[in-house]
Design a protein around this ligand. Structure first.
Ligand code: GLU
Length: 298
């Protein structure tokens, strides 16, 4: 068989890390950063950085700079410029406008109390004054995808989620719209992130389809849990990692990702440790369930 001409070689992939600047880098965020970095780099791909600083009430001043400084100290260097979501509001408005023109979204004044925890399927409030959110109308059919770590997934958005808020009543763009617009803008071909977001994936895929954007591949990493079984980061145990001593935390994150500790046991310099990890990373070993965080870095 004649080999395909060089220009038909598949382009190397592109991954990303997209932290919310709500605190310093902790073991759980290192696992997400290191896992997505290893997946991209071991395939010769790009690794992009995005600061998700649109939820202004939750954003901690200075946290993004601390996180970026810690990532650099851990040797996790990204490609190109950092994308700051707070500077991309016009791009999100354009996407919302396109959805509005297509009749895919509608203004909504239903409150959480009125919905009583049930999925939004058509408005129930009679109020027609005051600030409105914009919701995406979702279909009553299953959206299916295969997660590279957790296997086949499916979700019926109408029954399980309800119409998705894309622009909040308080005037802030919602995570679901920003993430979809930005993954496309950064050319992301595989989203590797914590398993707490697997439940958001079907709505992101449907939104990509509605906006005519490509759907990347997805891989959801195990969450690091504290002693009470809660996601690390939401608890007191999520102490900051020490950027002046990256090797023990990287070894712990490597083992947490199911990779053989022996690979990094005798590598003493940070560049050699990262090279060894990139060369040996095996996504097939990554556990498909959440795990208690080790003592290091917690
Ligand atoms: N900003 C989100 C977080 O820190 C991650 C979003 C994503 O990876 O899609 O939890």
């Amino acid at each position: 068989m004649t080999p395909a001409p060089a220009e038909f070689k598949p382009a190397p992939g592109c991954g990303r890390f997209a932290p919310s600047p709500t605190g310093p880098l902790h073991f759980g965020s290192l696992v997400a950063a290191f896992g997505s970095f290893l997946r991209a780099r071991s395939q010769g791909g790009l690794w992009r950085m995005r600061i998700e600083d649109i939820d202004t009430p939750r954003t901690v001043p200075g946290a993004a700079e601390l996180q970026l400084g810690a990532l650099r100290a851990f040797g996790l260097e990204w490609d190109g410029e950092v994308m700051w979501q707070s500077r991309r509001i016009p791009a999100y408005r354009t996407a919302l406008e396109a959805l509005r023109e297509r009749g895919a979204v509608f203004p909504c004044r239903c409150s959480r109390g009125e919905l009583g925890g049930t999925p939004h399927r058509g408005c129930i409030t009679s109020r027609n004054e005051g600030p409105a959110a914009w919701r995406l109308r979702v279909p009553d059919r299953e959206i299916a995808f295969t997660d590279a770590i957790r296997g086949p997934q499916r979700q019926n958005l109408a029954r399980e989620v309800g119409d998705v808020v894309l622009w909040r009543g308080d005037g802030l763009v919602a995570y679901q719209l920003a993430v979809v617009v930005d993954d496309a803008a950064q050319g992301v071909t595989e989203v590797v992130r914590g398993a707490d977001l697997i439940d958001s994936t079907a709505r992101q895929i449907f939104l990509q389809q509605t906006l005519g954007l490509p759907t990347p591949a997805y891989a959801h990493l195990p969450l690091a849990l504290d002693a009470e079984g809660r996601k690390l980061g939401k608890s007191q145990q999520a102490l900051a990692l020490d950027p002046s001593d990256p090797i023990p935390a990287l070894r712990a994150a490597w083992a947490f990702l199911g990779q053989p500790p022996a690979t990094l046991a005798n590598v003493a310099s940070l560049p050699r440790l990262l090279d060894a990890a990139i060369a040996a990373f095996d996504p097939g070993r990554v556990p498909s369930h959440d795990l208690r965080a080790p003592r290091t870095g917690t």
